[in-house]
Ligand binder design. Structure first.
Ligand code: ADP
Ligand code: MG
Length: 688
């Protein structure tokens, strides 16, 4: 074990057959440069050729296979430049309509009286079922592929799944051995697959069992790494002396008296915890977990003000520029209104060169003492005069990395991480060990509970009318789709097409706009700015808006393909409304006909309490869940999922604790691969 990378791994993907300049650029768009990056690009889903179903058992929205005989004439129509071929087909349990567009030749392939297997998405038209453009097989051919799994990769426009599969197969054949990070004794103890094998199998599992064990190994890696980092962090914190002096809390305490609202009991408790941490013997490392809308921002502001009034600088990092700007504007307003000794500055990528220079100068000479930005704050070269506190908002996973980055720079500041992903307490304790956690589980008074409804696609026209009504009353709405553009996944709504659809469906005086993660930061900013200012009525967006955006005038949240999201994530999305004085509404569109989807969504319908929802998510999902639903956002790993992998988290945590008890600095020969692994992931042991 040398720690040197297998040379073929660092080679560019363009060295693979079938990857020219054009596709190489597309791969780069997906974050793939080297062969190693490629191997780490895991499928988002698999296409499984499932067993043949009876027509009478079909569910709308499923991809199903049926074995049927054509039972009507095959009709071929021409509508404008489209040719439409339709016929009825039956098995002993029922009928279904089959349709092909622009494939007139299919007429010659389908012989009356013969059985065929058709595989496609089941759609409902009127009272019956339809399959459009299904794949057709001879029965024996289908039986051969039945049960097999084809990976489906996240794609960008122009990149085909076929190409990714082809290239992935080559890469896997070329690099049979990947560096193993777990010692054999641990793998044996926990029954884990070799890493190389796991990577191979997660791309091309023969069956769902293989997929599960491959996934388990990869998820275990992610979780173990995270927990080890947390444990080292904790140790570092215990060894770090707090040599900042926080004496006066006059300005911050008196701000509490002047606010237009009273802090809740929990907010006050946590504020006191923060104060005593900052005045304590060791540097602070605290996580605030609070439900959406529980009022974390004011706690951040109070901490920054407390820092400023004692002559230090504080910084807050938000996951998006939009959110950073929002914090900055809010802070500036309070600073001016209450004449506070705090001078905020915004530091984000979208600044002009001059603005940026002025900001950096002011930070260096201390004329700004509250720096608001994105993670660029620690990646870029920013010289602080005297930074004492770093706050991370809505990204507590990130908080760990930030702490490491900061200590790499020789800065040992207080850290406050704020998270709006309510993690069930039991799990939080396992993950974070005895790191300090404050739970903000009390809502400010006077909130009007959001009204929810879970409905099918047939409700859309009613929903659009409802949105229009709200817009007429001066309010705004969000519509969320899972995908950005067409072709990413079948049967799932995408923002681009949906925007078009909505513009047609709504009267022309409604201003509809689009927001998604692949837009340039400056474009995103200007859309959010316009939405904030009421210039946009309806915002069609991906989940990029899930983190922290505060537009109190928005009263409707409509979520398409709601069954595809985790409950915790749905709760986050819903948290974008119900922030103002007016009644708010959340419409969950369920496009799945499955009973489980309905049951899951009914939890959202019945509760607005994030901690309860998180507990339910934990209860309902187990490692048996295949895929489809995965959290995005702050607690998402690549493959692991805190809810689905709760049991794995327990295993990883107890392994980590045992390991560090026996070998605190990982100096034992047998643990060398783990140490090597952490170091190669830029973990800095020297900082310990
Ligand atoms: P989150 O915890 O999701 O970050 P915010 O901090 O954005 O929530 O707070 C949501 C809204 O609640 C803000 O408009 C804020 O001013 C308001 N707020 C915060 N604390 C209280 C309180 N104690 N009473 C009333 N309103 C509050
Ligand atoms: Mg927030």
């Amino acid at each position: 074990m040398t720690g040197k990378k297998n040379p073929s791994l660092i080679e560019n993907v363009s060295s693979l057959k079938g990857v020219g300049d054009k596709s190489s650029a597309l791969f780069e768009k997906c974050g793939i440069k080297s062969i190693e990056d490629l191997l780490g690009y895991f499928p988002r889903d698999y296409d499984i050729c499932k067993e043949i179903q009876n027509v009478s058992d079909l569910h709308e929205g499923d991809v199903s296979a049926i074995r049927v005989v054509p039972s009507s004439n095959i009709a071929l129509k021409h509508v404008r430049n489209l040719s439409i071929l339709t016929f009825k087909a039956s098995d002993t349990t029922g009928d279904i309509n089959i349709t092909y567009f622009n494939m007139p030749f299919m007429r010659n392939n389908i012989k009356p009286g013969h059985h065929y297997v058709f595989r496609g998405i089941v759609q409902r038209k009127g009272r019956g079922f339809v399959m459009e453009q299904p794949k057709m097989y001879k029965t024996e051919d289908y039986l051969e592929i039945m049960g097999s799994m084809q990976p489906k990769y996240p794609l960008v426009k122009g990149l085909s799944n076929q190409l990714v599969i082809k290239v992935m197969k080559q890469a896997i054949n070329m690099t049979p051995y990947l560096e193993e990070m777990l010692p054999t004794y641990i793998k044996r103890q926990l029954g884990l697959l070799d890493y190389s094998e796991a990577v191979r199998k997660i791309h091309f599992p023969l069956n769902t069992d293989e997929y599960r064990i491959a996934r388990k190994r990869i998820a275990f890696n992610e979780i173990l790494e995270f927990i080890l980092r947390l444990r080292f962090l904790k140790r570092e914190e215990e060894q770090s002396i707090n040599d900042y002096s926080y004496e006066s809390s006059k300005a911050s305490d008196s701000l509490i008296e002047q606010l237009p609202y009273k802090l809740t009991g929990k907010q006050l408790t946590i504020w006191n915890e923060i104060k005593s941490d900052l005045r304590g013997p060791h540097i602070m490392n605290r996580l605030i977990q609070g439900d959406v809308g529980s009022g974390k921002t004011i706690l951040a502001f109070l901490s920054l003000l407390f820092t400023a009034e004692n002559g230090y600088q504080g910084a807050i990092m938000a996951p998006t520029e939009v959110l950073a700007r929002q914090h900055y504007e809010g802070f500036l307003e309070m600073a001016e209104k209450y004449e506070l000794p705090i001078r905020p500055v915004l530091l984000v990528g979208a600044l002009t060169a001059k603005e940026k220079r002025l900001a950096l100068e002011g930070i260096e000479n201390g004329s700004f003492n509250c720096i608001v930005g994105t993670n660029a704050l620690i990646q870029e070269k920013v010289n602080y005069k005297e930074l004492a506190l770093v706050i991370t908002d809505e990204q507590h996973r990130f908080g760990v990395l930030q702490r490491e980055k900061l200590s790499d720079k020789g800065m040992n500041t207080h850290i406050l991480a704020m998270s709006a992903t309510p993690i069930p307490r039991t799990l939080a304790i396992i993950l974070y060990g005895d790191l300090h956690i404050s739970v903000l589980d009390e809502m400010p008074m006077g909130r009007i509970p959001i009204k929810n409804c879970v409905v099918g696609t047939e409700y859309r026209p009613t929903a659009y009318k409802f949105i229009y009504d709200q817009v007429k009353q001066g309010h705004q709405a969000y519509v969320i789709c899972p995908m950005i553009e067409e072709g990413e996944m079948d049967g799932v709504e995408n923002v681009s097409d949906y925007t078009e659809k909505l513009i047609k469906a709504l009267p022309s005086d409604v201003h509809v706009a689009t927001l998604h993660g692949k837009m340039k930061p400056s474009e995103k900013d200007s859309v959010m700015e316009d939405f904030s200012n009421g210039l946009i009525d309806v915002l069609v967006s991906t989940t990029v808006i899930e983190v922290g955006i505060n537009v109190p005038n928005a009263t409707v949240m409509m979520i398409e393909n709601a069954e595809r999201f985790g409950l915790a994530q749905l709760h986050q999305l819903r948290g974008r409304v119900g922030r103002g004085k007016a009644q708010s509404y959340c419409i969950f569109i369920n496009t799945s006909g499955r009973k489980e989807a309905k049951e899951r969504l009914s939890i959202m319908n019945n509760s607005n309490d994030g901690f309860r929802i998180a507990e339910e998510d934990l209860k309902q999902r187990g490692p048996g869940d295949l895929f489809g639903i995965r959290q995005s956002g702050e607690m998402s790993f690549h493959v692991a999922d805190i809810y689905q992998d709760a049991a794995l988290i327990k295993e990883a945590a107890s392994l980590a604790d045992r390991l560090l008890l026996e070998d605190p600095d990982l100096v034992m020969e047998e643990n060398a691969p783990i140490k090597q692994w952490l170091i190669s992931n830029s973990f800095d042991f020297m900082a310990l």
